[in-house]
Design a protein around this ligand. Structure first.
Ligand code: PHE
Length: 355
């Protein structure tokens, strides 16, 4: 009888212990906490010396010997589970904490990365702004052109080599549709619709069939100018260009004009400026001449005025044209022309205005 009673008591201690372990396990797995104090309260509730798990370890001695092994293992697992859970809660809370701190609404915002103006845009803008101070306004026209506006109206003979496929990109033949090889085409478009006085600068992209290298590209940019009025003389041209050169390259800059040839101007000239690297003494950059070439110019050929419907007996004019890349090279010493169209951010960043 006594034996049976003991057996029953032992069995009760065993099942009672199992139930408690299982219910604690469920509780612990579902634990959540809102802050550090709540986590500490949970630790005390389950893991401290007077906590619920320690109480189970105290009851352990009532478990019959045969079940001690199984219950011991379960108790240890329960303790590990509780420890891990409390640590996990602490960790989650700590990382939440830093995330909260990162959203500091009182902090100044990080400066936004802004883009830069392209060096060619900077130079084009500067050229336009210098000529606008002399009363020039901007005129633009299409890049895809016809033969008349690029060549015919500008006094190019039918067999002029610039009309050759080697120089010009054709989109279609007879009637010819082509990519403009200079922005003089804009000048012929303006002249055919406007009567003098005409005072325009024509910025734009132009195309020539060249092999691409560090010093040539199949497209580049120009700003050309045209001034037509009564009594416009070569002196006016020279004065305007001297003003431009000194505004662009500094007040010490000297200019010189060399006779040249363009179909649409007569007389024609090429303009050099004194080399600002060596101050005109001669260096590698100016090929030891002290001068560097920057543009072409001349008095508008009367044939051009007539072709565009302007009376060449009443009006005269001058024209000039320059490559924006060339001017940019002189200003910034870019050694490879291709850099202008590669859009390498490291190159473009060099032209960031200083803050
Ligand atoms: N159109 C010429 C060129 O592309 C430049 C130029 C313009 C020369 C006007 C003289 C007068 O090279």
């Amino acid at each position: 009888m006594e034996y049976l009673l003991t057996l029953q008591k032992n069995l009760f201690a065993y099942t009672n212990m199992l139930d408690k372990i299982n219910s604690l396990k469920e509780q612990i797995e579902a634990l959540t906490a809102a802050n550090a104090e709540a986590i500490e309260a949970l630790r005390i509730k389950y893991l401290s010396k007077k906590g619920e798990i320690s109480a189970l370890f105290n009851d352990f001695r009532n478990v019959p010997n045969e079940q001690k092994r199984e219950i011991g293992q379960k108790l240890n697992e329960l303790k590990t589970l509780a420890t891990d859970k409390i640590n996990a809660l602490r960790e989650a809370f700590a990382s939440n904490d830093t995330a909260d701190a990162a959203i500091d609404l009182t902090r100044t915002a990080a400066p936004a990365e802004v883009g830069t103006r392209h060096p060619l845009s900077l130079v084009r803008q500067e050229i336009i702004s210098i000529f606008s101070r002399l009363g020039f306004t901007v005129a633009e026209g299409p890049e895809v052109e016809d033969d008349w506006h690029v060549f015919g109206a500008l006094n190019f003979a039918d067999d002029h080599p610039a009309r050759d496929m080697q120089d010009t990109f054709f989109i279609q033949r007879s009637p010819d549709v082509l990519l403009r090889t200079h922005t003089s085409s804009v000048q012929s478009r303006v002249m055919e619709h406007a009567q003098p006085p005409i005072r325009i600068v024509c910025p734009g992209r132009v195309y020539r069939n060249e092999a691409i290298s560090y010093r040539a590209h199949c497209f580049f940019h120009q700003v050309e100018g045209l001034y037509i009025d009564k009594n416009v003389s070569f002196t006016d041209l020279k004065q305007a260009l001297l003003y431009f050169a000194r505004e662009m390259f500094g007040p010490e800059t000297q200019i010189r004009l060399r006779p040249s040839y363009f179909p649409f101007t007569e007389p024609s000239a090429e303009m050099d400026i004194s080399c600002d690297l060596c101050g005109g003494k001669g260096c590698n950059f100016c090929k030891h001449t002290g001068w560097v070439e920057i543009l072409g110019c001349g008095m508008v050929d009367p044939n051009v005025l007539e072709a565009c419907g302007i009376d060449s007996k009443v009006y005269s004019g001058y024209a000039f044209g320059m490559g924006v890349e060339r001017i940019a090279n002189l200003k910034y010493r870019v050694k490879d022309l291709r850099m202008f169209s590669e859009n390498d951010v490291r190159f473009l960043d060099e032209f960031k205005p200083a803050h």
